[in-house]
Design a protein around this ligand. Structure first.
Ligand code: HAM
Length: 419
């Protein structure tokens, strides 16, 4: 075949989209209970927005952005994540609302030039949530609780929520220096990547995946031991609130996240059975980003979850209403019946019944095979004889029973059976 999809980019096929839509519907349902409304942000932005927002020294900005010059010479990038855009929109549309929290969420594709592997793509989908305008630890706890409620709705109860705190603009710089001092003596043993990070982004040494570096990281100072009193109190409060709703979590002092904007609480949710790409969700507090972008001082908290990874662990066979199957499949025998079927399907669909049908004739047996394949609840058999007598045959595909239904009140009759 001449054309193939781009490496690391995949189609989501009609057989799978019902699952995706089910998950998205659950997100709309649960998030709206907590006062979140959807925002639709652009697929591309000025490159600067991401460079400044996510951080120049991060892998995402340094190596993974899809950046191009458009015909007017502007440098643009496909969005690698949604937070920077949400913050830009918040400032641009003056969404700051004194005393109230602005709550929004988004869904859609993100783009990162990463090495493709199981669970890691170059175009992947996220559902992201951003809460802007409160520094209260109650927001951290509430948003994470909402996330766990969402997972519960999806039948996922054994996920692991890992928490850490990265400190704020008061305590982080001091911690950073302490950490650098401690890393210094190990520099000759660390991987090349970590040596590079030592100057630019020393916190990332803590979550290096190279086994020897992990051993060294174990002995390095932890953020949680260097928090200022206010960060320490807030982190304890977040944990208390989570315990108050019986949310299970564990502390992970190596969790630093790969984006620079985080302050205070950070978290990740991992799932079993996903191999090395086991993070289905990540997020945390980012209290300085709005101000850094020129907006009013606005503490924020948010997360994003990866749809491909999430969909791959949801137990869809245990959930109701996931499959999209037609209510009815029309089997027509003969040319007159085929014409009548066109009219009948139009009338039924107009009244809200979902209908599939056989378009190319064929024997009763072959059409019933198609009906079976469509997973319809009922098959409606329209033959010349049935049309002549005005009584069609309705077959319940699950029970195997069949009934006669009159052509006149057909819609009402079928609706009665569908109940
Ligand atoms: P992130 O950790 O970069 O955070 O991405 C969130 C989730 O997106 C990950 O946990 C993972 O499930 C999924 N993901 C990331 N990269 C890939 C990939 N290449 N292929 C498949 N899935 C992937 C953020 O994006 C932040 N904006 C989250 C946030 C929102 N923080 C505050 N507000």
């Amino acid at each position: 075949m001449k054309y193939r999809s781009v490496k690391g980019v995949k189609d989501i096929l009609p057989a799978d989209t019902p699952k995706w839509q089910w998950v998205e519907r659950a997100a709309h349902r649960i998030f709206s209970r907590y006062g979140f409304n959807e925002i639709r942000i652009p697929i591309f932005e000025y490159t600067d927005l991401f460079t400044r927002g996510i951080g120049e020294t991060t892998d995402i900005v340094d190596k993974e952005m899809y950046t191009f010059k458009d015909k007017s010479g502007d440098m643009l990038s496909l969005r690698p994540e949604g937070t920077a855009s949400a913050v830009r929109a918040f400032i641009e549309h003056k969404m700051s609302n004194a005393g109230a929290v602005t709550k929004m969420y988004y869904t859609g594709p993100m783009f990162r030039y990463e090495r493709p592997q199981a669970g890691r793509f170059r175009q992947f989908y996220q559902i992201g949530v951003e809460s802007m305008g409160s520094a209260s630890p109650a927001i951290d706890a509430e948003v994470m609780t909402m996330l766990m409620e969402f997972f519960k709705e999806l039948g996922l109860e054994d996920l692991e929520l890992q928490l850490n705190s990265l400190g704020c603009r008061n305590c982080r710089p001091k911690y950073r220096e302490t950490l650098k001092e401690a890393i210094k003596e190990h520099l000759n043993k660390l991987c090349a990547n970590c040596c590079d990070r030592y100057e630019r982004n020393p916190l990332r040494v803590l979550d290096c995946k190279v086994p020897q570096d992990q051993e060294i990281a174990q002995g390095l100072p932890k953020t949680v031991d260097h928090l200022c009193p206010s960060c320490r109190e807030d982190f304890a409060e977040v944990q208390d609130l989570l315990k108050g709703v019986d949310a299970r979590f564990s502390l992970n002092d190596r969790l630093v996240r790969g984006l620079d904007y985080y302050t205070k609480t950070t978290f990740e949710v991992t799932a079993q059975g996903l191999g090395s790409q086991d993070a289905i969700c990540g997020g945390g507090r980012y209290d300085s980003l709005v101000a850094e972008f020129g907006g009013p001082d606005t503490p924020c908290f948010g997360f994003a979850l990866g749809m491909e990874r999430l969909v791959s662990v949801v137990p869809f066979d245990k959930l109701k209403g996931v499959e999209s199957r037609p209510d009815l499949f029309i089997v027509s025998l003969g040319e007159t019946a085929a014409k009548a079927s066109f009219r009948i399907s139009h009338t039924l669909r107009s009244s809200g019944i979902s209908v599939d049908r056989s378009y190319d004739g064929g024997s009763m047996k072959s059409q019933m095979r198609k009906a079976n394949k469509s997973a319809c609840r009922f098959a409606l058999i329209v033959g010349e004889n049935e049309l002549a007598t005005g009584r069609l045959i309705l077959k319940d595909m699950e029970k195997g029973e069949q009934f006669e239904v009159a052509v006149g009140p057909l819609t009402a009759e079928i609706k009665k059976h569908l109940k």
